[in-house]
Design a protein around this ligand. Structure first.
Ligand SMILES: Cc1cc2nc3c(=O)[nH]c(=O)nc-3n(C[C@H](O)[C@H](O)[C@H](O)COP(=O)(O)OP(=O)(O)OC[C@H]3O[C@@H](n4cnc5c(N)ncnc54)[C@H](O)[C@@H]3O)c2cc1C
Length: 483
C-alpha cells in the first residue's frame, strides 16, 4: 500500500519507518530541505552546527531507544552521570546536584531528593512525597485527571509552599514544556515524575553524539529508502484534495522555482506536520467535524534557542544544567557534552530561552545581551570578563510543541480520523509522552499501526478496495503526476 506522509520531523520519519516494516511503501514529503522539523540543524560558514534546540534523550524513552536499536545506532547516545544539576542563583557559580544512586526505582529518585538539602526543606520533601502518593498508586488515571489544574494549583492543594515552585519546579516546568508552573498543566510534571519513578534509568539523560539530521534522521530515511520507500525534501504540501466519496483523493505539492505543482496519489495519507501547520490545510468539507475542530484548542508554544561560542572554557561539566534564571531554562556546554562538537579549549553553550513569548519578537542582539547578563550570574569568574564571545546564533521557533496548559489532554487527537484514508501523526497527537522526541516517535509508530489495521479491515470487508482507492487506481504505477 502506498502512503503519502506530509512532514519529515521525527513523527513522519518514524511513521515511514514502521510502515516499511509492515510491508507498505511510504512517500515522505518534507517542506524544508533538511529533515527533522524541531530537531533540524544546519551548518554555518565555519562548518559549525546550528541547532533548532538543545535535545536531551531519557532512559524513559522506550520507543526512541527501540527505534535506535532497530537502526543499529544506539551507540550514538552518550549517557551522562545519572543526576539533575541546578544552578543556585543566590550562590553564583555554585551547583546543586540531585545525584541518583544505582539502586532500584523508585528508591533511587526518592534517595536523590532526600539527600539534596540545597533546594528543599524537610517539610517540603515530606509534603511533596505525600502529594505524589496518588500518582504512584493510581498511576496514569490520576495523572490525567489532574489536567484541570496548573502545577502551581496542584502544589497549593497539597500544602506545598510557593518556594518549592520557585526553586525547583519553575526550572523543571520550563525545561519540560517551555512554560512556568502557574501556566503548565499539572499532568505534565506529574507524568514525567511518574515515569521517572517507575524505571531505574528513567531520568538518566543522554545526548546524541552529533547533529540530529545526520546522526538520527538520515539513518531513518536511509532505512526507509533501502526498503522501497521515498523521502523527498523541499516538497511542501499545498492542498489536500477530497474526492466525491469524502476521502482524500490526492495531495498537491507546491512546485518550486516556477515549476508546476505536483499531484501525489496514494492509498492512505498522513499529516505529520505540527498542529499549527495542519490547520492551514484542512479541506473546507472537514471544517464542521468536531474531530478537526478540536485542533483549534491546540497551539504551538514559542521557544528560542541560543548558541554562544566563547574563546575559553567556562566549565568542564558534561551534562544538562537547569539555570533557574527567569530568562533561561536548561543549557549545556556542548563542547563537553556532544562528541561532534567537542573542543578541549573553548566552550560552546547551547541554551533554551523560555518562556519566550515576551522575547520572540525582540532582536537577536537584545536576546544575546540578555542571555549574557544571565550567564554572568552563573559564571562569575568568566563573565562579563575575561571570556570573549567568538560568535552567537539565535533560533526562534514561534510555534513549537503544543502549549501544555490545563484542559488540553481532551483535545489531543487520535491518530485515526473520521476520514477513512487520512491519519494524523505528531507529538501533539494522543500518546503519553506529550510534545517530545519520544512522543513524536511513538505517534509515528501508532499511526503506521493504525494504517496497517485499517487496510487489513478494508481488504477483508470489500476485497477490491484498499482504504480510499479502488483497485483500478491501485494498479497505477505513477505516484507523482505533474498537475
Ligand atoms: C528548542 C527545543 C528543545 C527541545 N528539547 C527537547 C528535549 O530535550 N527532549 C525531547 O524529547 N524533546 C524536545 N523537544 C521537542 C521535540 O523536538 C519535538 O516534540 C519533536 O521533535 C516533534 O516532532 P514532530 O515530528 O511531531 O513535529 P515537527 O518536528 O514539528 O515536524 C513537523 C514537520 O512538518 C514539516 N512541515 C510543515 N509544513 C509542511 C508542509 N506544508 N509540507 C510538508 N512538510 C511540512 C515541518 O517542516 C517539520 O519538519 C524540543 C523542541 C524544541 C523546539
Amino acid at each position: 500500500m502506498r502512503v503519502a506522509i506530509a512532514g519529515g520531523g521525527l513523527a513522519g520519519l518514524s511513521c515511514a519507518k514502521y510502515l516499511v516494516d509492515l510491508g507498505h511503501q511510504p512517500i515522505l514529503l518534507e517542506r524544508s530541505e533538511i529533515l527533522g522539523g524541531l530537531v533540524a540543524a544546519w551548518k554555518d560558514k565555519d562548518g559549525d552546527w546550528i541547532e533548532t534546540g538543545l535535545h536531551n534523550f531519557f532512559g524513559a524513552y522506550p520507543n526512541m531507544l527501540q527505534l535506535m536499536a532497530e537502526l543499529n545506532i544506539l551507540d550514538r547516545l552518550q549517557w551522562k552521570r545519572h543526576a539533575l544539576i541546578f544552578n543556585q542563583p543566590e550562590k553564583p557559580g555554585v551547583l546543586s546536584w540531585f545525584d541518583v544512586p544505582n539502586i532500584p526505582a523508585p528508591f533511587n529518585i526518592i534517595t536523590s531528593i532526600l539527600r539534596n538539602n540545597d533546594m528543599l526543606t524537610w517539610n517540603q520533601k515530606v509534603r511533596f512525597a505525600i502529594g505524589l502518593i496518588p500518582a504512584i498508586v493510581r498511576g496514569d488515571k490520576y495523572v490525567v485527571s489532574m489536567d484541570k489544574y496548573t502545577f502551581t494549583e496542584w502544589l497549593a492543594m497539597h500544602g506545598i509552599g510557593e518556594d518549592i515552585s520557585t526553586d525547583v519546579f519553575i526550572a523543571v516546568c520550563k525545561s519540560l514544556k517551555f512554560i512556568d508552573p502557574d501556566v503548565i498543566s499539572a499532568t505534565i510534571p506529574l507524568r514525567a515524575l511518574n515515569k521517572f519513578l517507575q524505571q531505574k534509568d528513567g531520568s538518566r539523560i543522554a545526548y546524541l553524539d552529533g547533529a540530529p539530521p545526520e546522526r538520527l534522521c538520515q539513518p531513518i530515511a536511509d532505512y526507509v529508502i533501502d526498503r522501497g520507500g521515498e523521502v523527498h525534501t523541499g516538497a511542501s504540501l499545498k492542498q489536500i484534495v477530497v474526492g466525491a466519496d469524502g476521502n482524500v483523493e490526492k495531495l498537491i505539492i507546491r512546485g518550486l522555482d516556477d515549476a508546476p505543482d505536483q499531484e501525489i496519489f496514494a492509498d492512505a495519507y498522513v499529516s505529520a506536520m505540527s498542529v499549527d501547520a495542519i490547520k492551514n490545510y484542512l479541506p473546507i468539507a472537514w471544517a464542521t467535524m468536531p474531530y478537526f475542530q478540536q485542533l483549534d484548542q491546540l497551539e504551538g508554544v514559542p521557544v528560542i534557542s541560543v548558541q554562544i561560542w566563547f574563546d575559553r572554557k567556562l566549565t568542564n561539566i558534561d551534562h544538562t544544567l537547569f539555570s533557574r534564571s527567569p530568562l533561561l531554562s536548561v543549557y549545556s556546554d556542548m563542547s563537553n557534552s556532544c562528541k561532534e562538537y567537542a573542543d578541549p579549549d573553548k566552550s560552546m553553550l547551547e541554551l533554551v530561552v523560555a518562556p519566550a513569548a515576551e522575547w520572540i519578537d525582540r532582536s537577536n542582539a537584545e536576546i544575546i545581551e540578555a542571555t549574557l547578563n544571565e550567564l554572568a550570574k552563573l559564571f562569575p569568574n568568566h563573565l562579563p570578563t575575561p571570556a570573549k564571545v567568538l560568535k552567537s546564533y539565535v533560533v526562534k521557533t514561534p510555534r513549537s510543541i503544543y502549549t501544555a496548559i490545563p484542559g488540553r489532554e481532551q483535545f489531543r487527537p487520535s491518530q485515526t480520523t473520521p476520514i477513512a484514508n487520512f491519519f494524523l501523526s505528531g507529538s501533539y497527537t494522543s500518546q503519553p509522552f506529550f510534545g517530545s522526541m519520544e512522543g513524536a516517535v511513538l505517534s509515528g509508530k501508532l499511526t503506521a499501526q493504525e494504517i496497517h489495521k485499517a487496510n487489513q479491515n478494508a481488504s477483508q470487508s470489500s476485497g477490491n478496495k484498499v482504504l480510499g482507492r479502488t483497485s483500478n487506481q491501485n494498479q497505477s504505477n505513477s505516484s507523482v503526476v505533474t498537475a
